[in-house]
Write a protein that binds this ligand. Structure first.
Ligand SMILES: [Zn+2]
Length: 459
């Protein structure tokens, strides 16, 4: 009952839109974030010390010293680092209800667990899980997500996901996937994907939520099936994402990149996830076709190995960062994830690994935006772009004793609790350490109830 009410409430929020304060002069003048250390991630602007950012409506209007805007709301950011929000590029948000259920034996691992519970998901479970994941994203400073939804059991599940995205307010690509348990010789619901594309083009305010195709690809579906799904997605103009988790010694089906390359299916619109076992030929094919890779260091270290990120980057393959899932269990800690990747690459490639904090920040911001086709909108801070930014408090124990250390190195110590404020499209969703856009406690309660019922139903 409680969950039903929440869903109804959420739709009111989505449709209700604006707020009365929209009339006030302060809102018209916008917000000036004052006296921050700004890491723009823009090659021309670089890092700027003691500057202001003027945000009006959804956009950044100006960045510079001493910006004066009559009637603007002023946000004191002295002692804060302001940078673009984190861009996640692959995250199975529906399975966040399963946190802690994944064990460490072959029978209780990640895949058996999602296969066991996935078929029991109702649209309300999907809604509760997606909201939980989004709230956690927001807490940790993530402003854009790629929700890789591979348990769309019907149009209701897709609608529930979209509703969750629109209600929380982060920027998102919703990757329309198949249902858990769909046989490899069955095509996923391409008609509903096409329907949703049309509906989203009309309904999504400000294009904050866009659509992509989350396909099983050669690894998880029959040849005629993945070909048909790829062709349908390309015809709809949707970006495509597929997993490549194993190597050819395990099974021929893991030759995902080679198979797609031979079929002429790779391109800038194609994302390959993990690619841990990419061969030199695979890397060449990715570079040539301008397909890109999303790596999830946490999930990969837990089950697959370390992706050849340095080789990707050296070859010019756009490489981005992803949360993957929180069922493992894991938490949404983007800076922790960057730190983990730096260390894993050192373990893999030695101390001369050229991947450091600055490269990690690039990967987690502007490169992620590029991969999602959103670099004109987000991923760096400069006038004209949308205001998707985070403010990080440096008045924490972790920042003490820093001297004149490069700021990107300090950022590798950041935890979600240091993320003081999160702004998406010019609107603060987290402020002074508190999530203000949504009721986080309610989201936790709803998710908890949903998870309990789900476990009971699944036996
Ligand atoms: Zn995945």
């Amino acid at each position: 009952m409680k969950r039903r009410q929440l869903l109804a409430g959420a739709s009111a929020v989505v449709l209700g839109g604006g707020h009365a304060a929209a009339q006030s002069a302060a809102v018209i003048a916008g917000t000036v974030i004052r006296d921050a250390y700004v890491i723009t991630m823009d090659p021309e602007l670089g890092d700027l010390k003691g500057v202001d950012i003027h945000v009006r409506g959804t956009n950044i209007i100006a960045i510079g010293p001493d910006i004066q805007v009559p009637d603007a709301e002023v946000v004191d950011a002295a002692g804060m680092i302001v940078m673009p929000g984190i861009v996640d590029t692959h995250w199975h948000m529906w399975n966040s209800l399963l946190r802690g259920l994944v064990g460490s034996t072959p029978q209780t691992g990640y895949f058996p667990t999602i296969r066991k519970y996935g078929p029991h998901y109702t649209p309300l479970d999907t809604y509760a899980a997606t909201r939980l994941a989004l709230a956690e994203a927001l807490r940790g400073g993530v402003t854009t997500v790629h929700n890789w939804a591979h348990n769309i059991r019907g149009p209701g599940h897709a609608e529930a996901s979209i509703r969750a995205h629109e209600g929380v307010g982060l920027r998102a690509r919703f990757g329309y996937g198949s249902a858990q348990g769909l046989p490899p010789d069955k095509v996923q619901d391409l008609d509903d994907m096409a329907r949703l594309r049309g509906a989203l083009m009309i309904a999504s305010r400000n294009n904050r939520v866009t659509l992509g195709a989350a396909l099983r690809g050669p690894q998880m579906s029959a040849t005629e099936v993945w070909r048909r799904e790829f062709e349908a997605a390309k015809k709809l103009g949707l970006p495509i994402s597929v997993h490549a988790t194993g190597n050819a010694e395990m099974s021929e089906k893991f030759k995902v990149i080679e198979t797609l390359d031979k079929a002429g299916m790779l391109g800038p619109d194609v994302q390959i996830i993990h690619a841990v076992h990419a061969t030199p030929q695979d890397i060449e094919a990715l570079a040539r076709s301008r397909a890109h890779v999303s790596v999830s260091p946490n999930a990969e270290a837990a089950s697959m190995g370390v992706p050849p990120v340095n080789a990707f980057r050296k070859a010019g393959v756009l490489t981005t960062l992803s949360i993957d899932n929180t069922a493992l269990p894991a938490s949404v800690d983007p800076f922790g994830l960057m730190r983990e990747l730096i260390n894993l690459l050192r373990a893999r490639d030695g101390l001369a690994s050229p991947f450091g904090p600055r490269q990690a920040l690039e990967m987690a911001t502007i490169d992620g935006a590029r991969a999602l086709g959103l670099d004109g909108v987000t991923g760096s801070l400069k006038p004209g772009k949308h205001a998707d930014l985070i403010m990080i408090s440096t008045e924490e124990l972790d920042f003490a004793m820093s001297g004149n250390a490069p700021v990107e190195r300090l950022l590798m110590a950041v935890q979600p609790t240091h993320v003081d404020s999160v702004m998406v499209d010019g609107r603060f969703l987290k402020r002074k350490g508190r999530i203000v856009a949504i009721d986080a406690a309610e989201i936790i309660n709803i998710a908890h109830d949903a998870a309990e019922e789900l476990v009971r139903r699944a036996g």
